[in-house]
Design a protein around this ligand. Sequence first.
Ligand SMILES: Nc1nc2c(ncn2[C@@H]2O[C@H](COP(=O)(O)OP(=O)(O)O)[C@@H](O)[C@H]2O)c(=O)[nH]1
Ligand SMILES: [Mg+2]
Length: 423
Amino acid sequence: MTLLLSVVIPTKNEQENVAPLVERLHAALRGLPYEIVFVDDSDDETPQAIRGLAGSYPVRLIARSGKERSGGLAGAVVEGMKRSEGEYICVLDADLQHPPDQIQGLLIKAREGEADMVIASRYRQGGSPEGLDGWRRNAISRACKWLAHVLLLGADRRLSDPLSGFFLVRRSLVASSNLRPIGYKIGLEILVRLQPRQVAEMPYEFAVRQSGRSKASLREGAVFLAHLLRLRREVPRPRSLPQSGSLAVEGKQGSDGAATLSLREYVIAKLKGSTTFVKFAIVGSLGYLVNQFFLFLVYDSPVLWFLPAKGTSVTILFVTYTDVRLLIAIVAGVEAAILSNFFWHNIWTFTDRTERLPMPLRFVTFHLTSIGSPIISGTTVAILAPRFGVNVYLANSLGIALGMFCNWVWNAQVIWRKGKEPL
Ligand SMILES: Nc1nc2c(ncn2[C@@H]2O[C@H](COP(=O)(O)OP(=O)(O)O)[C@@H](O)[C@H]2O)c(=O)[nH]1
Ligand SMILES: [Mg+2]
């Protein structure tokens, strides 16, 4: 009988995990012609445990030693794929982070959708990356994914989990290929080097490791970077990858078209997308200059000779102002900046969005937010510096950034909110 499925499992010091894993696999794959191929680089009792299972289950062991181990995890997977026999190959970790009961689903998807590769995804809707212990592993995982997209897969995000270690491929895809992976990301190697015609994704819940320890480390991070750069260097990247309609992903599907951008193209595309924000920042900087200029004009220049002289004190409603000319100058500076900002935002920054709120309402709300922004930055300094001992200038910078951010959100989302695109 020809084998339908080979389950390839790399192991390194997983003695506690292999027996429960094989039992769960057997329960999940009952009735299918399958085999399990362990490729082991352990220094503990894992090989003995695997041999013990071989009597009762269709289990094979490839035990590696010395130099054979140099390719690490990815090398082990390639070796397992080469020496297995099934029409489809499923790769998963030994630590029960990848649920065996999902394999049938991957297989069905591959056969029905005629996909060469089906990736089990932590990040597609319905899946979960919960097993990544701690926010640090989570952040690292997302950063690695981002890098892989930017450097290799293109900026559009059709694949939600290209770094998944849990996937299924058709043997014909990998059979005569020259894979040379280093590190952990064998799935990425297959995606980039073999450019499968059809790739599908299926969500799954990444579980926490059953027992034993993760072998991921800072060194693996460096190896990952080296792997990315090597793929970038060695694999010519077509402009459009894969062809239109060839990615059958579950759930939301991204736009088709160029999937592979160079880093430069990616940065330019990003910048183009953010021109509104750049204009917003330029207008804000101009407002700062206008404010300073009016402060000077009113307070120091001789033009407004009719105003009270510097240092004139005045009492209004029981409050005494020691320098009423300065007060007028501050108000004039702030108001001039607000008017300048409003004018430029209206005719330049948000020029394509002016239809939403009626002009007078826009004008009034803009005044309120313009005053709100210095209140936010002032409050931030007043709280952070004395209470938390943050350096005053650092606190001020944070406050200004926060004020500007709130201002931006309010302006872009409320005052000049984008209208719906006309059909
Ligand atoms: N054969 C082999 N397997 C490895 C090696 N390093 C890790 N593994 C296995 O690869 C799988 C994933 O490793 P793991 O430490 O769980 O990485 P993590 O899931 O990223 O924390 C597990 O089944 C490990 O036993 C290695 O150098 N050789
Ligand atoms: Mg793991």
